[in-house]
Design a protein around this ligand. Sequence first.
Ligand SMILES: Cc1cc2nc3c(=O)[nH]c(=O)nc-3n(C[C@H](O)[C@H](O)[C@H](O)COP(=O)(O)OP(=O)(O)OC[C@H]3O[C@@H](n4cnc5c(N)ncnc54)[C@H](O)[C@@H]3O)c2cc1C
Length: 423
Amino acid sequence: MLWLTTVKDVAPRPSLIDEHTADVAIIGGGMMGASAALHLAERGISVVLLEKHSVAYGASGRNAGVVAPMFARGDPDDVAARLGKDAGGRLNNFIAGAGDLVFDLVRRHGIDCDAEQTGFLQPAHAKAALPGLEKRFEQWQRHGKKVELLDKVQTEAITGTDKFPGALMDLSGGQINPAKFTYGLIAAAEKAGALVHENTQALNMRRTSRGWRILTPQGNLTAGKVLLATNAMVDGIWPILRKTFLPLTVTQLATKPLDAATARRILPGRQAATDTSGQPFSFRLDAENRLISAAVGIWPFGEKDRLSPGIRRRLAKMLNLDQVPEEELIWEGTAALTSDFLPRLHPLETGLYAAIGCNGRGIAVTTALGPHLAGLLAGDDAALPVDICDMEKVRGYFLAQHGPRLYMPWARFKDFKDTLRDR
Ligand SMILES: Cc1cc2nc3c(=O)[nH]c(=O)nc-3n(C[C@H](O)[C@H](O)[C@H](O)COP(=O)(O)OP(=O)(O)OC[C@H]3O[C@@H](n4cnc5c(N)ncnc54)[C@H](O)[C@@H]3O)c2cc1C
């Protein structure tokens, strides 16, 4: 995983040993757990975070680092229609501000994570996508988001390629090194008083008269309240959660660094981009000018090695590059998709919550949920941006879990048809 190799001089946090107590326990050391721990500690609440592997081992250290504060599917009006005016309005306003919150946290805590609030760009993969982008632009503008609609010429000027007929730019988005960001949040949480234990798997939990007792291999923790921040990495600790979302394995690739002139040609403004195609084409530059892109494979095994040439070919074609630098690193991660592509907050039992399903847009969503989760766990009764709802198992999970992968050939065919019409 590229991003974890860039985290330098960080001593591992000690495993949990012996008996401990805390007001709140957080299980999972990704962005969600880290942001919730930080905001709890800032309220003076004692909080202990347990991470099975190392900080950012999950999706938080494996993603593309694109801060894309929008919905993965659908727009604000769709969300309001689905959830109702009140709940939909809260979620829309929350997402509208989520990008700024990420970059504000970076500034406030001086997090060194190559953060660039240069904008999240969503190029249209074909003319057929332009009306949808116009609708998206108009709806987000109504929610106070700083968005711009770009025509073909403007899009070419900021991507160096003539392949896109237009684009939507969200100026509150941008890019970060996600592992450095997560470590930065953890360091800020520790500074505020949180305790963090790595290599500490929560094996089991049971309610006692003093709260939740969490068993780990070398020690135990009793806490009044617990947040499960395991997202798609959920294991045997609450196995039923696994059946509430569909897993999507994404292969990420980083090339060796581009030369400075080519980097300036393709992304002079250093935006992070994901287009509108059904099999999205994402591209961005990291701090060393490596090109970062991704693909989703159809087969469950050995995808990493098979996908690499295809990802590099797509980069070459879409960005008009004669030569794409060699692969430097390739890795996989699993995202959690919910049926409506919206995040979920579940009460599992008294004092035990799980937040899940950030649908490939999790950097902004999980981080920005942190202050609200802290409020919930501290006992505030303020309205949350995501309403608490009971768990719902995905119908026909056994087959449905393969759905996101099996959808890919159809998505490719549809993308192909859309682009064919433009010729
Ligand atoms: C390949 C990929 C690319 C993506 N790209 C983007 C992107 O560009 N932009 C974007 O916004 N979003 C993206 N996402 C989504 C985003 O990365 C996630 O939504 C986000 O990182 C989720 O953070 P989290 O803290 O909720 O979960 P995670 O980061 O997955 O953390 C969960 C943690 O829980 C730990 N854990 C699990 N069980 C236990 C246990 N029993 N005890 C202790 N610890 C446990 C795991 O080890 C893990 O570290 C991408 C996702 C993937 C997989």
